[in-house]
Design a protein around this ligand. Structure first.
Ligand code: ADP
Ligand code: MG
Ligand code: ZN
Length: 486
């Protein structure tokens, strides 16, 4: 049969991302106005960023420096010479009638982050912000759209990936990795809600095993990781339905509404020639000097991926722990401080320390909190974990100590002493308590003797009550077996 039954075909998702990052420079891309967020509208403007005739742009050196840092972090090829182009289109937030961007000679070409290839990174200016005012939900004569030019001319780096992502969740995860990298570089606030990190997703599907890409659509400007994931899923479902019904996906630009999960068309896809790109005559080419490269290289910190690899390799952390700590810079810093404190006398297993941070500490101070701002000093934390490791205090007791540390700070050994939380560890102390527990529960003792170990929890529970949770469960079990001759 030559006709394919489209209802039977399995499809693979193909995703490429275009990410706009507002660079955290002091001034705008082509003028001396300061960047601002949340200031009264139109208080950071000048003839250049208002697009007044006769004004002349000058490229921001700090933005180029940040662009080079991003390129270096992604392993891009840095163009010795790149130029700006005018991208012409009309919109009320674009007073010049064109955006200054880069076209066929961008600042950075190629590169990778994780296993996703980077297509290019270029610099451009942000548009101003349209604000829609009007109290009524329906269109009303007093409703209006006004323009706030404070944002107009903010430096942007646009990072474009190759279509290497194959799944919505992985795309969102990868974007988190990119955000952590940019945050670590210190080149942007990377705040999706405030719009300093914005992501468009290009999406297509193709039959599994096919070597060619399908027609893509572009989902614009999703402002949270969750929406990106949900938006991609909804669009993949839409395209799958079209192909299964024997139709064709149209190349267009789409909007995803996270409230209704609906996808609507913004416009049919524009082509590059629609923009009438031409070289910006008012700006000189960006010529990268040795000194500029040296300065960018010197400014590069250890990046999250490299840090995760180091945590795995040198400290023996699991991949998951290494990833968590390396991609949350503040957690990684706290972890390293605790490991360092541990090295000065107490011994701590880095993996155990990592677990305590991820589970016990974060659940107490808040998942998004910076532990450096908590009352738990890294040294005290390392000491507590080592005391638990040495069975000077039980896991449960250790958690109580941590409660105290989170509330008041202080030294774990002092707290253990003052609160009487020290483990009833030595068998001398514990043996009589176990004996009494067995005597108090003769039926359970009988079952245990008969080889049915299920009710041992009764004995452990009894001992825990007697010791106010200060006994080590493993040690109790050992003593039970010993005393019953098992
Ligand atoms: P355009 O010329 O339409 O802007 P590009 O080739 O520049 O297209 O790619 C823009 C983005 O779309 C890139 O992130 C790229 O990875 C992605 N992309 C290209 N082709 C596809 C496809 N068939 N499916 C999904 N994403 C794609
Ligand atoms: Mg494009
Ligand atoms: Zn200005």
């Amino acid at each position: 049969m030559s006709v394919t039954d489209t209802t039977q075909v399995e499809y693979e998702t193909v995703i490429g991302l275009e990410i706009h990052v507002q660079l955290a420079t002091v001034t705008k891309m082509f003028c001396g106005c300061t960047l601002s967020f949340g200031d009264p509208p139109n208080t950071h403007t000048c003839p250049v960023c208002l697009g007044l005739p006769g004004s002349l742009p000058v490229a921001n050196a700090q933005a180029i420096h940040y662009g080079l840092m991003i390129g270096m972090a992604l392993g891009s090829e840095l163009a010795p010479r790149s130029i700006f182009h005018r991208k012409n289109y009309f919109y009320p937030d674009l007073p010049k009638g064109y955006q200054i961007s880069q076209y066929d000679e961008p600042l950075c070409l190629g590169g990778t982050l994780g296993d996703v290839r980077i297509h290019r990174v270029h610099l451009e200016e942000d548009a101003a912000k349209l604000v829609h005012v009007g109290a009524s939900g329906r269109l009303h004569a007093s409703d209006a759209s006004v323009v706030d030019f404070n944002r107009g001319g903010t430096p942007l780096a646009e990072i474009v990936t190759e279509p290497d992502l194959r799944d919505a969740t992985i795309a969102a995860e990868w974007l988190r990795m990119l955000r952590a990298t940019l945050r670590r570089l210190g080149v942007s606030d990377v705040n999706m809600e405030e719009g300093s990190l914005r992501c468009d997703a290009n999406i297509s599907i193709r039959p599994v095993g096919s070597a060619e890409y399908g027609t893509k659509t572009e989902l614009k400007n999703m402002n949270s990781f969750r929406y990106i994931e949900r938006g991609i899923r909804a669009e993949v479902a839409r395209q799958t339905q079209i192909l299964r019904d024997g139709g064709e996906v149209e190349q267009e630009t789409l909007h995803f509404d996270p409230r209704t999960e609906s996808i609507t068309s913004l416009r049919s896809k524009e082509q590059a020639h629609d923009y009438r790109y031409f070289p910006e005559p008012d700006l000189t080419p960006v010529a990268i000097t040795r000194a500029m490269l040296d300065r960018a290289a010197a400014a590069l910190p250890e990046l999250p991926l490299a840090r995760a690899e180091r945590f795995e390799r040198d400290l023996g952390l699991s991949a998951d722990s290494a990833h968590l700590l390396a991609f949350r810079t503040e957690l990684g810093d706290y972890f390293e401080a605790a490991v360092g404190a541990g090295n000065g006398g107490t011994t701590v297993d880095p993996q155990v320390l990592a677990n305590w941070i991820a589970n016990d500490l974060m659940s107490r101070i808040g998942a998004d909190a910076d532990p450096a701002e908590s009352r738990v000093a890294p040294g005290a934390f390392a000491k507590l974990v080592s005391m638990v490791g040495a069975k000077q205090v039980t896991q449960a007791g250790g958690r109580q100590v941590l409660d105290k540390l989170v509330a008041d700070g202080g030294d774990p050994a002092t707290i253990v002493e003052a609160e009487g939380l020290g483990a009833v560890g030595g068998s001398d102390e514990l043996a009589p308590i176990v004996e009494a527990a067995l005597a108090a529960n003769p039926d359970v003792a009988e079952k245990l003797r008969g080889g049915d170990m299920k009710p041992i929890g009764v004995i452990v529970g009894h001992v825990m009550r007697e010791t106010k949770g200060r006994a080590d469960g493993g040690e109790v079990t050992r003593l039970v077996r010993q005393q019953l001759g098992l």
